[in-house]
Write a protein that binds this ligand. Sequence first.
Ligand SMILES: Nc1nc2c(ncn2[C@@H]2O[C@H](COP(=O)(O)OP(=O)(O)OP(=O)(O)O)[C@@H](O)[C@H]2O)c(=O)[nH]1
Ligand SMILES: [Mg+2]
Length: 275
Amino acid sequence: MGEYIKNILLIGRTGQGKSALSNILVNEEKIFEKNGEFNEIFKESEKSLSQTKKIQEELFNVERNINGKVMNVKYRIIDTVGIGDTSLSLRTVLVEIAKGCKKVKKGINQILFVCGERLTPEEIVAYDILRNILFDKQIDKDITKYTTIVRTKFYNFENDEECESDIQSLIEESNKAIVEVIESCNRRVVHLDIPPINIKGEGKQNQININKKIRKEARKKLLNHLASCQDIYIPESLHKINKRIDDLLINENEKLKKQLETSQKKTREITRTTK
Ligand SMILES: Nc1nc2c(ncn2[C@@H]2O[C@H](COP(=O)(O)OP(=O)(O)OP(=O)(O)O)[C@@H](O)[C@H]2O)c(=O)[nH]1
Ligand SMILES: [Mg+2]
């Protein structure tokens, strides 16, 4: 039997740190020490331009102490295209994400829904499409049960109280659609800060060293969280999910077109109510 690999799928708005998050996972802990040579396997954007244009996957190992035994846990991280990419339509982005879903047809350990300071209606709509079309939206099969919302750019991520009160305010201040997603993924929200280390210029070394330390702590926190996500989502019927993805990948797929129209209407409504 082949070795089991835990699949992690990343989705989220452009520029919120999906690729940065992928990098802290695939680089070993020692890399984040002072002289470690960081490997930017997933290209991180340096300006406010959307960066990732295609899905990218990498494997990484984590040593974990399970009942006194050191075990090697294998993960696959799948980084996708950002929702709201300025140069791609929502549809193209969805198609790219669907390709990512196809890679995890043997099961998903966790979907990381990466958002920065806020969740936008467009992201929620895209998530809804994944939830409804690509996966089986049934009580026990709802993909939200396997989703973690990751709040990046959260400077107080090491303070539990701050993180908890942020979840509270998210729930109090967000609109209905967002609250529904947060509640249905059981308030699984993880706060992180992954500051850039691809900063160029003289005299930047201090900043880079500080940011490396922060990344190291973020990595620890994220790995701890992943260790607590034991369940694996196995699509009810491989055949069914494959067919849905194929359908989605066919250019003029009526279902997607219709879904997009309804979703866009929904986005407009949400935007109106948030205003
Ligand atoms: N300070 C800080 N910067 C971050 C954080 N997360 C990401 N960044 C920076 O924000 C920029 C964009 O991050 P990326 O990882 O490229 O974002 P992305 O989600 O992959 O974006 P797309 O590929 O366009 O979808 C990079 O310069 C990151 O270093 C964070 O938590 N804190
Ligand atoms: Mg990216």
